[in-house]
Design a protein around this ligand. Structure first.
Ligand SMILES: NC(=O)C1=CN([C@@H]2O[C@H](COP(=O)(O)OP(=O)(O)OC[C@H]3O[C@@H](n4cnc5c(N)ncnc54)[C@H](O)[C@@H]3O)[C@@H](O)[C@H]2O)[C@@H](O)CC1
Ligand SMILES: Nc1ncnc2c1ncn2[C@@H]1O[C@H](COP(=O)(O)OP(=O)(O)O)[C@@H](O)[C@H]1O
Ligand SMILES: [K+]
Length: 496
């Protein structure tokens, strides 16, 4: 599904109106009716619903919602935050229709007046501001949003919660906290930013019949249907070599665990053959957990002659001179797909130019802290516009970037971007990233298009955690990274 900026949304809108000739009033009708139908599924018709409207087209959607729900037997009332003369365009068209019906209509005057109107209200619909919002909320929007946020009634936002910008990179203080947001046609970028996602509550996109231009440049979500369509098939006569030969380099004497989890997760996700390159001392302990793998000590490895389909480096490797020199050799010499994680990302900060010299695809899997360090900015700054930073970095260094987090953003060197929204807070525990690196390595080895492999790997990782929790196997407190191995199997099972 596409995710849009405000500019892209207005482009789709004008393309639909100008090129296809669908009138804006029809689109507003479609939007309002789609929202009303979805409100019916969630709010009983015995409830009193207040619909808050503003000066723009978001308010126009509100007039259609009010009319539709009223005609379907709901007790609705409208509170307009602007005077009648400020209502114009398509919104005025729908306002004039609404005025012919007996829907109670209030013009906002004061907090006291609103307090009175709100008595016995069980749900509100926010059609105050949509994607046209600029900067911080002005009066009376700021006061109304403040007043509504204090109430624990059910709040539905239309398109975007009032006050929240559509685009990343904009800092605002006030916004409506909604229980659900019905996004008009496409979700907007801020629904996928940690900073703003909680204002949206649940988000549900509603098709209103917009026609996108031929060339969509949008970011997209990657979900179960995409995985279903692209997951590599296991052919009847395949052999272990069919599924690639992978190398995992990591693990120091102090940190043997990461590389174990990476290797095991790779095998659990379908890798054919896995070799682990680690310290001699680590091998017996790791081998008892991953007996399916073969082993090399780090001193034995010859990256020029050893042929691997894909290599992952960095997990638990440490930050010694020896580790750094190994990472440098790997980046310079590995002539296949290469995934850099953890300590390899740490090393990279001072050596980013090495990435530009690589002739084979490189994948970086930083979490927000690691990415911010690579960019030399604060994590807060990165998280204000992670899509923009990711795209610029992936293009400049010619890498595939997996920016991990509650919303994982995957970007290729051409700037195409996908977001994975599954997974849960049970994953916020040491080792989850090592498991992800293993799943990604495995998908990289199995030969599909690289960005598809990365999207599928991230989705399977999140789905594994969700599956284990939804089925009561573990909770968001006790889930361990090693438990994910069991989840991976269960998730694959749902595709077979
Ligand atoms: N894109 C589409 O094709 C469609 C969009 N529709 C609706 O139209 C909305 C966009 O409409 P508009 O462009 O009119 O934008 P809005 O409805 O968000 O209103 C923008 C107006 O709000 C005021 N405003 C802006 N920032 C403010 C602030 N910080 N404090 C107080 N007031 C502020 C300004 O007067 C501005 O003109 C969408 O969000 C969606 O709900 C629907 O009607 C259906 C079709
Ligand atoms: N709150 C969360 N919701 C969903 N996924 C999460 C959350 N926190 C972490 N994750 C996922 O867990 C993984 C953590 O990776 P990372 O931070 O590298 O962990 P580690 O280095 O300890 O192994 C990432 O894939 C990330 O997307
Ligand atoms: K709104």
């Amino acid at each position: 599904m596409h995710i849009v900026t405000a500019k892209e949304m207005y482009e789709v809108d004008s393309h639909t109106v100008q090129s296809a000739g669908i009138d804006g009033k029809i689109l507003m009708e479609n939007a309002g009716r789609a929202v009303a139908t979805n409100i019916e599924k969630r709010v009983a018709n015995t409830c009193r619903i207040l619909i808050f409207t503003g000066s723009g087209n978001n308010g126009g959607d509100g007039f259609v919602i009010a009319r539709t729900l009223h005609l379907r037997g709901y007790h609705v009332e409208v509170v307009s935050l602007v005077d009648e003369e400020k209502i114009n365009g398509d919104a005025k068209f729908h306002y004039d229709i609404l005025k012919k019906l007996s829907v109670p209509f209030h013009f906002y005057k004061s907090e006291n007046q609103l307090r009175g109107i709100l008595v016995h209200t069980e749900a509100i619909v926010d059609c105050m501001l949509g994607i046209g919002v600029k900067g911080h909320l002005k009066s009376p929007y700021k006061e109304v949003v403040g007043q509504l946020n204090k109430l624990s009634i059910y709040k539905v936002a239309v398109d975007i919660p009032t006050g929240i910008p559509a685009d990343e990179g904009v800092e605002v203080k006030d916004g409506l906290y909604a229980n659900v947001t019905f996004s008009i046609q496409y979700p907007k970028i801020t629904a996928f930013l940690e900073r703003y996602a909680s204002y949206y509550g649940e988000w549900v996109p509603l098709d209103i019949g917009l026609i996108p231009p031929i060339k969509p440049s949008f970011v997209q979500t990657w979900g179960r249907n995409n995985v279903q369509a692209t997951l590599p098939k296991r052919k009847r006569f395949a052999h272990k070599g069919t599924f690639g030969k992978g190398l995992v380099i990591g693990g120091s004497d102090e940190m043997p665990g990461s590389v174990m989890m990476t290797a095991r997760a790779a095998l659990r996700s379908g890798a054919g053959l896995i070799t682990i390159g680690t310290t001699r001392q680590n091998i017996p302990a790791i081998a008892s957990y991953v007996p399916e793998a073969t082993y090399k000590t780090v001193d034995e490895m010859d990256f020029l002659s050893d042929q691997y389909t894909s290599v992952a480096v960095g997990m638990g490797l440490g930050r010694t001179e020896k580790a750094f020199s190994l990472i440098e050799q790997v980046i310079r010499q590995v002539k296949s797909l290469l995934l850099l994680d953890a300590d390899a990302l740490y090393y990279l900060k001072q050596n980013l130019s090495l990435l530009k010299e690589r002739e084979y695809p490189t994948v970086l899997t930083p979490h927000a802290g690691e990415m911010a360090r690579l960019l030399g900015i604060t994590t807060e700054r990165l998280l204000l516009k992670p899509f923009t930073y990711s795209k610029a970095f992936a293009k400049e260094y010619n890498v595939h970037l997996v920016l991990k987090g509650p919303f994982t953003i995957i970007t290729n060197p051409q700037g195409e971007q996908f977001v994975i929204t599954n997974g849960n807070v049970g994953l916020a525990k040491g080792g989850s990233g090592d498991v992800l690196a293993g799943i990604l390595l495995s998908f990289m080895m199995q030969g599909a298009c690289l960005i598809t492999s990365l999207c599928n790997g991230c989705w399977i990782h999140g789905a594994s955690a969700d599956h284990l929790i939804e089925n009561g196997r573990y909770s968001k407190y006790d889930l361990l990274a090693t438990d994910l191995m069991e989840g991976i199997g269960s998730v694959f099972h749902t595709f077979s």
